[in-house]
Design a protein. Structure first.
Length: 432
């Protein structure tokens, strides 16, 4: 419309639009990468803050408050400087755009008058020039709004991409399309030539593992730290699937089952007992629809937890704080063991779950397990004493099986086992 009134003046409008566009492009090119950088700094700031808060006691015990504070300060300051830089650029947008707009208006009047477009007697009415200025300001106003939106896009884009990364992450453990029913479970667990590599890792953590854990028996794993014990038993509840080979329940690949159906039969006790906010009873009956106090009490008894529970004011109704920080490490471990027992599973997995128990309690617990539990028991232990009586001991060494057998057999056949045993047991205990 402006062009119809005056092609000459329209050129000025076009020029200012182009100037604005160039200005915006430069801005986005400068600002976009900065946003990603700032996002990374915010991550880092969160990380150090979280680390400091959760490791508060270690920080204090090692008297590293100042060092840690300085680390946090360095990240915080960098985040601040980057943000200030970006905000300065952003804050320059309105004045610059305003300036361009006002200059354009002034130029329009100037050119109109100096070129005689409006003069006494010309066909061009003063009203027309006002109209052009109005059009110009409306057009430029809209460019300013577009700019505002454009400046928000990079920030939103960076955040959105990170959310999408999480949403789009592949589910690595999938249920089969045509699952087999899990029925009449006997509880025989078999590893059939299992090799496992962590996603993104170069080397296999487990290689060619074949073994059987029978129902009614205790199958124990021993080996140095990092030999792959936890990794191996974590394949049973399908925290990961084997890279090669199969894990079988009663002869069927566990990937043939729906996880819901299958996991009902697994009682898992992690290395570090995790408790949830609630009561002692709610933690023991965790995952059950109703809290059956008979089962809760019986489980606590086998787990050797009765003594300390009954000393508490409210006994089974005693509160557990978030993360179970109001009970000791050994108590937490016994409660996680009771939790697995209350589920009455067919297969028990204890990942070094007896390590925080004194030897007496460890022994009582193992004896009680043998008496009351008829299931497949798979356990990892550090102490030879905890596994000496196991029906089958598997020695792991750097992800390979270095021997399978009973204590007596392994003492003769496995050098690795003999070394571990000799380093732990006194001579007479060995002979016993
Ligand atoms: N989530 C993981 N990602 C990558 N590597 C891991 C992971 N967990 C353990 N590992 C590696 O696998 C090896 C075996 O670890 P793990 O099974 O925990 O040993 P163990 O329980 O016998 O001490 C170690 O070398 C460890 O660094
Ligand atoms: Mg481990």
């Amino acid at each position: 419309m402006a062009y119809a009134l005056s092609p000459n003046l329209t050129v000025f409008l076009a020029i200012s639009v182009v100037v604005i566009l160039i200005f915006l492009t430069i801005l986005l090119v400068i600002v976009m990468p900065k946003f990603k950088f700032i996002q990374r700094l915010i991550d880092k700031l969160n990380l150090v803050t979280r680390e400091n808060l959760s490791g508060l006691r270690v920080v204090r015990a090692y008297n590293t408050q100042i060092v840690q504070a300085n680390k946090t300060k360095a990240v915080a300051e960098e985040t601040m400087h980057r943000n200030v830089f970006v905000q300065r650029i952003f804050n320059s947008i309105w004045p610059v755009l305003g300036l361009i707009m006002q200059l354009t208006t002034a130029m329009l009047y100037y050119v109109a008058v100096s070129q005689g477009i409006i003069s006494v007697g010309s066909a061009f009415e003063p009203g027309d020039i006002s109209a052009i200025v109005q059009y110009a300001s409306q057009a430029l106003m809209n460019f300013m709004f577009i700019t505002m939106i454009l400046t928000m896009i990079p920030r939103a884009a960076v955040s959105a991409r990170r959310i999408m990364d999480v949403i789009d992450a592949d589910i690595i453990i999938e249920d089969p399309k045509n699952p087999l029913p899990v029925e009449n479970v006997v509880g025989r667990i078999e590893f059939d030539n299992v090799t496992f590599k962590y996603p993104d890792a170069d080397e296999a953590v487990l290689s060619n593992i074949s073994l059987v854990a029978n129902p009614g028996e205790v199958t124990a794993f021993i080996g140095s730290t990092g030999s792959g014990k936890s990794t191996l038993i974590n394949l049973i509840p399908r925290f990961y699937d084997p890279t090669e080979g199969r894990v079988l329940l009663d002869g069927v690949d566990i990937r043939e089952f729906r996880q819901d159906d299958y996991l009902k039969y697994i009682g898992y006790v992690p290395q570090k007992g995790n408790l949830f906010k609630g009561t002692i009873a709610s933690n023991i009956a965790f995952g059950q629809e109703t809290i059956d106090m008979d089962i809760v009490k019986k489980s606590a008894e086998i787990a050797q937890a009765t003594n300390f529970i009954e000393e508490l004011d409210k006994a089974y109704d005693a509160p557990i704080t978030q993360g179970g920080t109001n009970v000791s490490g050994g108590q937490r471990q016994r409660l996680s063991i009771a939790r697995a027992l209350a589920k009455e599973p067919k297969i028990y997995i204890f990942d070094d779950s007896f390590s925080a128990l004194d030897y007496q309690t460890d022994l009582k617990l193992r004896t009680a397990l043998r008496q009351h539990v008829d299931a497949t028991i798979i356990l990892v232990a550090q102490r030879i004493n905890s596994i000496k009586n196991a029906d089958k001991i598997v020695v792991l060494d750097k992800g390979l099986i270095a021997g399978i057998g009973t204590h007596e057999e392994l003492m003769k056949t496995s050098q690795v086992y003999k070394e571990i045993a000799e380093s732990q047991l006194s001579q007479e205990e060995l002979l016993r």
